[in-house]
Design a protein around this ligand. Structure first.
Ligand SMILES: C[S@@+](CC[C@H](N)C(=O)[O-])C[C@H]1O[C@@H](n2cnc3c(N)ncnc32)[C@H](O)[C@@H]1O
Length: 226
């Protein structure tokens, strides 16, 4: 029941991160007819956005390990033929995860939730590093730094057009209450916990009119397989 409420709450207050994610997706210049995997799709806002871009000859497949979020995504997308959702992950599996099928793999606001040992599997599956444990092992060292990701992609050597940057996306909320609700829904923690104190001081500002801005430091990676 708590998972259910959390998924619903998440669906209602995730607007600012959807905005950042859709900006990233626009920059990828997807084509009509592309088949796109959206890993960690949550309640599917951005998967639907992708389905609209790739059109009826394309396909958007949203995967998330959280069954309640997938349930909401499915309920909202019943009428859309080129959009599917499935409970899964790189570890649990997902449709077509053992064959070359998708033109593009996308993951927004999700990779930081993948545990480090799963990150390796994620890279193997999504980036298809052919059995080279040397390269894969190094991924653990390079957790969430811009230079680290750039070096790793270059070392792997399977890609061209690797772009890694570290934009700061301002997520805006009408009030501190709304920000708190989003924070709880996405992290499953209360913002008042001591762990978050530093985050509040560093990244969160409240304007005179009560609006809250959360300046989110992101790592944005795009790469094409050779
Ligand atoms: C903040 S939401 C992002 C949703 C959506 N992609 C967006 O940008 O709005 C992060 C999602 O990652 C999912 N997630 C957590 N662990 C994951 C894993 N190991 N593999 C894939 N997704 C995972 C969560 O269930 C959650 O729905």
């Amino acid at each position: 029941m708590e998972a259910d409420a959390n998924a619903k709450s998440y669906d209602e207050v995730s607007g600012p991160q959807i905005e950042a994610g859709s900006q990233f997706i626009r920059e990828l210049n997807l084509s009509l007819g592309d088949k796109v995997l959206d890993m960690g799709c949550g309640t599917g806002h951005l998967t639907k956005y992708i389905a609209d871009i790739v059109g009826p000859d394309g396909q958007a497949v949203g995967i998330d390990p959280d069954a309640e979020r997938i349930k909401i995504a499915e309920e909202k997308s019943k009428e859309v033929g080129n959009l599917q959702f499935c409970v899964g992950s790189s570890v649990i599996g997902f449709p077509h995860d053992t064959e070359p099928y998708y033109d593009v793999h996308i993951s927004t606001n999700a990779y930081h939730w993948v545990p480090d040992d799963e990150k390796r599997i994620t890279y193997r599956k999504h980036i298809d590093i052919p059995g080279d444990n040397g390269n894969v092992e190094k991924i653990g060292i390079y957790t969430l730094t811009q230079e680290g990701y750039r070096d790793m992609f270059q070392e792997v050597g399977l890609f061209n057009n690797v772009v890694v940057d570290a934009p700061i996306y301002p997520y805006r909320y009408e009030s501190f209450e709304e920000f708190k609700r989003w924070f709880k829904a996405t992290t499953r923690q209360d913002v008042e916990t001591t762990k978050s104190e530093d985050l509040l001081k560093k990244f969160v500002t409240t304007e005179d009119d009560g609006q809250v801005t959360f300046k989110v430091p992101c790592i944005r990676i795009s790469a094409c397989k050779n």
